[in-house]
Write a protein that binds this ligand. Sequence first.
Ligand code: FAD
Length: 464
Amino acid sequence: MAVPARWCQPRTEAEISAAVKDAAADGLPVRALGSGHSFTSAAATVGVALDLSGWSGISAADTQTGLVTVRAGTTLRTLNAELSGLGLAMANLGDIDAQTLAGALSTGTHGTGARLGGLATQVEALDLVLADGSLVTCSATSRPKLFAAARIGLGALGVITSVTLRCVPSFTLAADERPVPVDDVLEQFDSLAAANDHFEFYWFPYGRQALVKRNNRLSPGDRDPEAPGSPGSPGSPGSPGSPKASGSLASRPGSAVAAMPGWRRFWEFEVMENAAFGTLCRLGRARPSLIPALNRFSSAALSSRSYADISHRVFVTPRRVRFVESEYAVPRESLLHVLGELRRQVPRLADPVMFPVEVRVAAADDIWLSTAYGRDTAYVAIHQYAGLPYRSYFDLFESIVAGVAGRPHWGKMHTLGMERLRLLYPRHDEFRRVRAEVDPEARFGNTYLTQVLGDPRLPADFPE
Ligand SMILES: Cc1cc2nc3c(=O)[nH]c(=O)nc-3n(C[C@H](O)[C@H](O)[C@H](O)COP(=O)(O)OP(=O)(O)OC[C@H]3O[C@@H](n4cnc5c(N)ncnc54)[C@H](O)[C@@H]3O)c2cc1C
């Protein structure tokens, strides 16, 4: 494990710049820290660790254009709350909000939505402190190559100090979650992805059921779950105490949904999805031979619900059961092959798998190191309960996705090195060229970057 030579908590851009210059004077590498939620050692350093938690909050906002400038150390939780206060929101989010904005961007964090990209596609401009301590701004029109690289920059190009996001007006999501036979989900995968704003599903590897989640935007007139007395709001006349899913997979869920009462939210998210599932996981860890049965039980116990809430309260759910994770982005059309192989091969593993597989989608984008660069994407995330053996499962997964040019999430466990990644990312060489220009001495280097990017000093025969 890498132990930093020193920690530093800058609170201004000038202090961030001074910390980088001091590190250079002492011959030490520097890494900015996010919230430490990556499963890879992306943030590890033996040099200077920059803790940006004191550099937080929105610094400028234009509610007309939706352009909002955010300090890099702001957590997504704080950002969502501050945006909400301005009547704005992120267009898409992942499923937790503990990450810092810069940390989430730097590894390509994404949510789901066939017509939407990951968080980095919502970035309009970045301010960065480079290796020489200078502060630069980049955008599509100013230093566009640096911008194409740094939106998902792995912390390799500089310390992001501020991010200008293009936000959207606050919106309400209608959430519909229901168990569906996994065969049906796979058969309808393309139409489900196309018909819903945010579509994903979970599948327990030994079970026959998948949990399908469809989150769709309500138009402003449909309802506002925060408004007292709005139809179905907690306590309003006719509010059902226990929201139920209705309709079928064939139709897009309608707008006649209620906010989830607080007690129900606590029961569903905290008790059932965390406390009860955590108990099953502990049982499985104590008696691994029970895992396939426990997994089938979890699959059979899936239940339906539908509710509506402001977007970030639907996107984000508590995740208190600890796990390890690997996630690969595959071309959308390869999803059925990947899932088919997992279904065929996981039951043969000597070490059984306790956690579900999660499948999400994203639109193609043009960010050089984005896992969705140039292709409509399906994300397949595999997990194992912390403390259970996972190596053979993750190796099997990597061997399956290797056959369909799978690209690993930069913040989740994978074993790929630079040579393989060059083949998977058409702009990998260009990224390295930008890195060689802005950080020729690897001031921001660490072991992980050496694995995935190699040395910043490029060989003389490096392609133009
Ligand atoms: C429970 C859980 C749920 C998750 N859910 C999702 C999900 O839904 N979707 C998804 O895509 N991913 C998800 N992830 C992965 C997570 O979003 C990424 O690993 C993310 O990078 C973590 O952000 P962080 O703030 O913890 O950054 P860290 O892990 O601390 O750092 C990540 C990288 O960012 C760099 N960095 C941080 N700040 C700066 C800066 N100011 N300038 C330059 N570089 C910087 C670091 O040096 C490091 O390289 C999840 C992870 C966990 C543990």
